[in-house]
Design a protein around this ligand. Structure first.
Ligand SMILES: [Ca+2]
Ligand SMILES: [Ca+2]
Length: 267
């Protein structure tokens, strides 16, 4: 049949060729080898699918800026849900160490866990009123002393081992999370960069290459965060916490947990 159609002449051949192109091309464009597909692509992300660069960033901003906000006090109980130990519902898993600790030990004393702002509050001076300072997509349960060591440092490789956070390193101007947390940190920081674009009276948060950002609304180093995103793909823990934040607290998602390849598509 195929041979017979070609035999009828150039017009038919052109039509067959066009049909073949139409069949194959969209599949190649829509699904690069490393692209994830999620249940949200046809709904939550439908206006972002197929875009790249600044257009993708802008579309994602419009999608994720629609959210509920919680108080800083409510963050305590939210973290008990989002950061729950999958093997022990009485505990949370702490960032930078992976330690499992009782949910009831939230507080400010040695041995307690508290609310770590992966995007340091001082980088944009947004404090803890409802907004970026209470956005669960960048807040994690963390040991009080480890949180203090991280301080407001930028992200980079290198330094000395961090006491109480095996596998994490720090020097005078930067912090390197343990390998299992590297991608989490990258995706949290880059979520903040897309979510906060200067609207609603908040600073426009952006990544850069510096490790001495101080109080400007910037966090470094972008090239390292991109590497960490590749090196440590989204885990079941990270995906679950994205779902809990979406379904139970904020109604918005971290696009980079659903589509880690969007980091490279934007930056
Ligand atoms: Ca991880
Ligand atoms: Ca921004």
């Amino acid at each position: 049949m195929f041979r017979a159609q070609i035999g009828r002449g150039k017009a038919t051949l052109a039509a067959v060729s066009a049909a073949l192109v139409a069949l194959t091309l969209p599949a190649v464009v829509a699904a690069p080898a490393n692209a994830a597909t999620t249940p949200y692509d046809d709904t939550y992300y439908k206006n972002a699918i197929g875009k790249t660069g600044p257009t993708l960033k802008s579309s994602l901003h419009t999608i994720i800026r629609s959210q509920s906000k919680i108080s800083y006090d409510a963050v305590w109980n939210a973290l008990k849900a989002t950061d729950q130990d999958p093997n022990n519902t009485n505990n949370v898993i702490l960032l930078y160490s992976g330690v499992s600790r009782s949910k009831s030990l939230n507080g400010g004393d040695v041995g307690d866990w508290n609310r770590e702002h992966t995007w340091a509050q001082s980088h944009g001076s947004f404090g803890t009123s409802a907004g970026p300072g209470t956005d669960l997509h960048h807040l994690r349960a963390c040991d009080v002393q480890v949180n203090s060591i991280r301080g407001n440092k930028d992200w980079d490789f290198g330094g000395s081992p961090v006491s109480g956070a095996s596998g994490s390193y720090t020097d005078s101007d930067s912090f390197e999370p343990r390998n299992a947390d590297k991608g989490d940190v990258a995706r949290m920081i880059l979520y903040m960069a897309v979510r906060y674009e200067g609207g609603d009276g908040w600073a426009d948060l952006e990544p850069n290459e510096s490790t001495s950002n101080g109080s400007v609304p910037l966090h470094g180093r972008l090239s390292v965060l991109k590497q960490w995103n590749e090196q440590d793909p989204p885990s079941a823990f990270e995906k679950r916490r994205n779902d809990v934040i979406y379904n139970s607290y904020q109604g918005n998602r971290n696009p980079f947990i659903d589509h880690p390849e969007w980091v490279e598509a934007i930056w």
